[in-house]
Design a protein around this ligand. Structure first.
Ligand code: ZN
Length: 217
């Protein structure tokens, strides 16, 4: 949530209060004590973050619907999707690992993308969806719990280890996984959260002023 109060902005890292004047395009304000970025002015960041998040969401769908790796062992070929591979571990009694993989590689990233798109698409059109503050807070909450990068590292280790035992054929999902990592990292870098909170507050204030505030916003 924005930490701006009556023109004063508290540093998110050390809580020192600052009074910030209007920023020009391409500049940012930093904390005088710890150097943390307090606010920045990056024109077009919302549109860039939205485009990258949409690309990441599409690649996420590909990753979860196509085979990740194919194995050719003495003429026997098998291939599995990400979730099917995790469920396979359940047959060996490792249900705690299954739940962990399901939450961090599927559910949390899915909720993160959905919540982010739910907020960013209407904001890019200068609208405020119902419950925007709640959904954006949820997107920020789920973000660090999505560990697709860790899963990608596990896939790389598996490819190297299995290459001695069988012929490993990378599936479509492996390439999509690389694209997903790039797009989601770039989207996180492009998005200016403080400005998104500011826009949400602006739209809410405007709706309140015109008496047309949507429910839950
Ligand atoms: Zn600070």
């Amino acid at each position: 949530m924005s930490r701006e109060m009556n023109g004063w902005l508290a540093c998110p890292e050390c809580d020192v209060l600052h009074q910030i004047s209007a920023l020009t395009a391409g500049t940012e304000a930093c904390c005088c004590r710890c150097g943390a970025v307090l606010a920045s002015c990056r024109p077009g960041h919302l549109e860039r973050a939205l485009a990258l998040t949409m690309a990441a969401a599409m690649l996420f769908a590909v990753v979860n619907s196509h085979p990740l790796l194919g194995l050719d062992l003495g003429g026997r070929e098998t291939s599995m999707t990400l979730l099917a591979g995790a469920l396979e571990l359940g047959q060996h009694g490792m249900w705690d690992v299954v739940i962990l993989v399901f939450l961090t590689s599927f559910l949390f990233p899915l909720l993160h993308f959905l919540a982010l798109l739910y907020v960013l698409i209407p904001l890019a059109l200068d609208r405020c969806p119902p419950g925007a503050a709640l959904w954006f807070r949820a997107a920020e909450l789920f973000s660090p719990w999505g560990m697709i990068g860790v899963y990608a590292l596990g896939v790389l280790v598996a490819v190297v280890k299995l290459s001695d035992l069988a012929t490993v054929v990378p599936g479509v999902a492996v390439y999509a996984l690389g694209g997903l990592l790039f797009c989601s990292t770039a989207a996180g870098h492009a998005l200016d959260s403080a400005d998104v909170w500011h826009r949400i507050e602006q739209v809410i204030e405007r709706k309140k002023g015109s008496g047309g505030l949507p429910p839950g916003c």
